[in-house]
Ligand binder design. Structure first.
Ligand SMILES: Cc1cc2nc3c(=O)[nH]c(=O)nc-3n(C[C@H](O)[C@H](O)[C@H](O)COP(=O)(O)O)c2cc1C
Length: 153
């Protein structure tokens, strides 16, 4: 069984909806070889990362950076995972009330350091809330899960 880890900071109703539709989209696929594991960043451990085969990160933008919770996750997992998880397939979603630039830049910098492998561009859900964000989140999660199931990533 392959593990798809979702580490998603969802402090608001909208971000919780984003996470929920992603999990539902993955479960709906009923994939034989992929198990979805969901963790809040403050609860996710380096063992979760060591044991996963692909990862989806989610964060709000706060004060022009990723959430403190996701930054704390990286601070804790960085060295334990650095050597062994190079090439880990990763996708990321950023929910930003009006910008998102600083968070996208920071994620790219950290993941370059970790040498994880982007499977698609960061999904930036920016500006006032739009229900279309949910479809984008579903598509990303479903695509990642199916690709993992089929051995494409
Ligand atoms: C303390 C705080 C700081 C924030 N800083 C930023 C920011 O720097 N850039 C930005 O685009 N949005 C910022 N926001 C807005 C959040 O990104 C947004 O509220 C969050 O993504 C939740 O979205 P929602 O209102 O659709 O649930 C901030 C929100 C809070 C509470």
């Amino acid at each position: 069984m392959k593990r798809l880890l979702l580490v998603f900071h969802a402090p608001s109703e909208n971000t919780q909806k984003m996470l929920n539709v992603m999990v539902e989209a993955i479960e709906k696929e009923n994939l034989q070889s992929v198990q979805c594991v969901v963790k809040a960043p403050l609860e996710a451990t380096y063992e979760d990362v060591l044991n996963c085969d692909a990862i989806i990160l989610g964060t709000t933008e706060n004060l022009a950076y990723m959430s403190g919770a996701l930054k704390d996750f990286f601070d804790r997992i960085y060295y334990p995972c650095l050597e062994v998880k190079q090439g880990l397939p990763v996708a990321a979603i950023v929910r930003a009330g009006h910008d998102g630039t600083g968070t996208c830049r920071a994620l790219k910098t950290i993941l370059t350091g970790l040498r994880w492998r982007w499977v698609q561009e960061i999904l930036l859900c920016k500006g006032p809330w739009q229900d279309e964000f949910l479809q984008d989140c579903q598509d990303l999660a479903q695509g990642m899960a199916v690709a993992l199931d089929e051995g494409m990533i």
